[in-house]
Design a protein around this ligand. Structure first.
Ligand code: SF4
Length: 328
């Protein structure tokens, strides 16, 4: 018998954790990718419990998917036995052990995550939809499709990639190994849960948000303009066409009263349409900054600071760069 599958929900070198900070603040991108300080305690707790929640729910829904009639496909293989996947709590323990070895001190959060799982199953005893995919990695490339339309395309629809035009960056910087002159520009996105609705037959991409804050209805509005969901939109429309229903947030409170709320993220069609163009600009801007950094013409002080109160001091507390920006 083979070992049960442990699902990796980690970051990728061209995912939203790579591109997202660039849309917010150049200095933040530098700090996160080139010279990271220890994160603030509030951020560390939120990140650790968020990662543990993803591990937990990834394995939970994989086992549910395998238990449904016909099972589901994970990484090209159909699974019909829930035992093919590691028990969710065991998966959390394993993730915590690995995080501890990296010096992230995750073990103190195991007990709370186990309680979260108990509470989650009380509140979500039945999944009315069909699991289509779990922690599926999507990869898109900037370029044109067969109709000559510029956008972000999955491999089957891509006709001609738009290559990075920055001769000064002929060698990739270690912090951005895929960004290089003459190479395609990629975005990847891990899709937490893909589900076919039992109510309307639409396919939704569910995004787990394990939060210490509120899960009230107004929370979902904040995510309408979150660029990571533009990536979901480009993947979803190409993969499922008219059947694609959008993104749902699976908001899970990680403390009493342990509320769970699932809501559809409001559409942002203008932003989605413009996203590839803006990604193209951002990729070229980043390439120029990296080329200057490699050559020594630019230092950290040349990476611009957005310096606005809402970004510098957000809902998890201080931005990781707060003191560096303030004092150096
Ligand atoms: S503290 Fe503000 S200016 Fe500095 S990196 Fe963070 S968001 Fe940018």
């Amino acid at each position: 018998m083979t070992d049960p599958i442990y699902i990796d929900t980690g970051r990728s070198v061209s995912g939203w954790s790579f591109w997202g900070p660039l849309f917010a603040c150049d200095q933040l991108w530098f700090i996160k990718n080139i010279a990271p300080p220890p994160p603030n305690p509030g951020m560390l707790e939120a990140r650790t419990q968020g990662s543990m929640g993803h591990i937990l729910l990834g394995h939970h829904y994989a086992r549910l998917g395998a238990a449904q009639p016909g099972g589901f496909v994970f990484e090209g293989q159909t699974h019909t036995d829930p035992e093919d996947f590691l028990d969710p709590v065991e998966a959390v323990r394993r993730w915590a052990r690995e995080a501890d070895r990296r010096g992230e001190d995750a073990s103190p959060f195991i007990a709370n995550t186990i309680e979260l799982y108990r509470q989650y199953r009380i509140r979500e005893p039945y999944f009315p939809d069909r699991v289509v995919g779990v922690e599926q990695l999507a990869r898109l490339t900037l370029g044109t499709n067969k109709d000559g339309e510029f956008g972000l395309w999955v491999d089957e629809n891509l006709d001609e990639p738009t290559l990075l035009d920055c001769p000064a960056l002929f060698e990739a910087h270690p912090a951005a190994p895929l960004l290089k002159h003459g190479e395609p520009i990629h975005v990847t996105k891990r899709l937490d849960l893909i589900a076919e609705s039992g109510q309307n037959g639409k396919i939704y991409i569910d995004d787990h948000k394990v939060t210490g804050g509120s899960v009230s209805k107004s929370v979902v509005d904040k995510y309408a303009m979150d660029g990571q969901f533009s990536v979901n939109d480009w993947v979803g429309r190409q993969t499922w066409g008219e059947q694609y229903g959008g993104v749902r947030l699976n908001l899970v409170q990680r403390r009493d009263p342990w509320q769970v709320r699932k809501q559809v993220v409001p559409a942002a069609p203008r932003r989605n349409k413009l996203f590839p163009r803006h990604l193209y600009y951002k990729a070229h801007h980043l390439a120029e900054m990296l080329a200057g950094t490699v050559s020594g013409d630019l230092g950290q002080d040349d990476w611009q600071m957005t310096q606005t109160d809402l970004l510098c001091y957000h809902r998890f507390g201080r931005c990781d760069g707060f003191d560096i920006c303030r004092f150096g």
